[in-house]
Design a binder for this molecule. Structure first.
Ligand SMILES: [Zn+2]
Length: 454
């Protein structure tokens, strides 16, 4: 007994020591282990599959069609029903060859991206002196003919914010700047990238020409460090001359489409809880954070909300929208096509804000439903979400439904670093935070489950 006791004590001493060593190791490796575990999870595996097997998927191109085929196969394989494509056509655009350089006072190449929708420069390129404009608002104050014979350069910087709120202000120069510059006589528009990084790559993004402005001019974004270079040259009193050589092409009636997939409701199959993300991406990266992440989140959240039996009371529908980046065409097409049954959509939610952790839960629901939705908010508190307001816009693709009266929930994700990568060649799978995707997926799933089984 005694001997045994001793041995036990000695053994337990060893056990304690072993435990401490193991605990220390576990502490060291806790993060990588959890990250590795999260990469086994469905949200990450979906993003990995889409970005690896399809890659970039610009709207209206064969790559976007390949993404639809990928989605149909994937969703059927995961057990979704009623999986189908709802096609529509768009005015398509492809980037083609593009090059930009400072030609005076000293020659140097710039990291450039034509803006989506931009026309090409004339054959042989376009060379002209720069009219330096500090901000977009300053450009709007300039008079008619102020930029005649010049390339307007707009230098606005985007502000970093957790909720991404710097974007809407900064993006105006990109979406509307070309026509405003053309109105004032400019030959072309070049902007400092709409992004918060200081990396040597340009941020792409859509633009459009104002109907009332007859003259169309080419438009492009350059990287932030390149914009700094122009800013310094301007500050030192130099006249900067730029050469732009951009060759995008427009395609009439390019095919796009939305991919729909349902988990049919057992009690009220006609009532729909819609989870949205967009399938298209810009062409420079592989669209991992925008919006491969969203695709992974909503597909996995729908399955998680439906439970292992796949028997929610109401139908849980995933819509992977086409052609979001080039004008939210998929969102509009869905709302138009399903106009007669809009009222059957009891809730819509969208994931299109990258790979940051969820931190805020906002709603846009009828006053009478607030107690129900506030209770869901309390279920999200342990995940780290705070209660936002009841003015959520939901997201771009479900915007048309919201305007028609469909209630929406917004799961706010941390966007502090989102605009470092947004629409760049650097938007690739390695940037995905698999653990964060799990947390965001769980938040979406809890909301969808509660509403589907209400
Ligand atoms: Zn997006």
């Amino acid at each position: 007994m005694r001997r045994a006791d001793k041995r036990t004590r000695a053994q337990s001493g060893l056990f304690v020591l072993a435990f401490l060593v193991l605990a220390a190791c576990a502490h060291e490796t806790a993060k990588p282990d959890a990250a590795a575990g999260a990469r086994e999870g469905l949200p990450y595996r979906i993003v990995a599959s889409l970005t690896t097997e399809v890659g970039p998927r610009l709207a209206g191109t064969p790559a976007e069609a390949a993404a639809r085929d990928w989605a149909v196969k994937k969703l059927e394989g995961l057990g979704f029903k009623n999986v189908h494509v709802e096609p529509f056509t768009i005015a398509g655009w492809t980037r083609g060859h593009g090059h930009a350089s400072i030609v005076a006072p000293a020659r140097q190449d710039l990291a450039v991206a034509a803006l989506g929708g931009s026309i090409a420069t004339p054959r042989g390129g376009l060379t002209a002196p720069v009219a330096f404009v500090a901000t977009y608002d300053e450009m709007l104050k300039a008079g008619e003919g102020a930029f005649a014979g010049k390339i307007v350069f707009v230098n606005d910087r985007m502000t970093r914010a957790r909720d991404g709120s710097g974007y809407s202000h900064a993006v105006r120069k990109r979406s509307k700047g070309a026509s405003e510059a053309a109105r004032r006589g400019a030959l072309a528009l070049v902007i400092r990238s709409v992004g918060t990084d200081s990396d040597r790559f340009a941020h792409a993004g859509n633009m459009s020409y104002a109907k009332e402005v007859k003259r169309k001019i080419p438009a492009a974004a350059i990287s932030n460090p390149d914009a700094d270079q122009i800013e310094r040259l301007h500050a030192e009193g130099h006249t900067v001359t730029l050469k732009l050589d951009l060759h995008p092409r427009h395609i009439v009636d390019a095919p796009s489409g939305n991919v729909i997939a349902d988990i049919p409701g057992t009690e009220k199959p006609d009532e729909i809880v819609l989870l949205a993300a967009h399938l298209d991406s810009w062409d420079l990266g592989t669209g991992a954070i925008d919006d491969g992440a969203g695709v992974g989140i909503v597909v996995a959240a729908a399955l998680r909300a439906a439970g292992p039996e796949m028997k929610p009371k109401r139908t849980i529908r995933v819509v992977l929208y086409g052609a979001e980046e080039v004008g939210v065409h998929g969102g509009d097409a869905y709302a138009k096509r399903h106009a007669a049954i809009v009222a059957r959509h009891v809730l819509a939610m969208e994931a299109d804000f990258g790979t940051g952790r969820a931190w805020r839960y906002s709603t846009n629901v009828p006053e009478a439903d607030l107690p129900f939705y506030d209770a869901i908010g309390r279920e999200l508190e342990p995940l780290g979400l705070e209660r936002g307001d009841n003015k959520s816009n939901g997201g771009p693709d479900i915007g048309a439904l919201r305007k028609l009266g469909v209630p929406v929930v917004g799961i706010g994700q941390d966007g502090t670093t989102y605009f470092d990568l947004h629409h760049t060649a650097n938007d690739t799978l390695d940037k995905i935070d698999a653990e964060a995707l799990e947390q965001v997926t769980e938040a979406f799933a809890r909301v969808a489950r509660s509403v589907a089984n209400r």
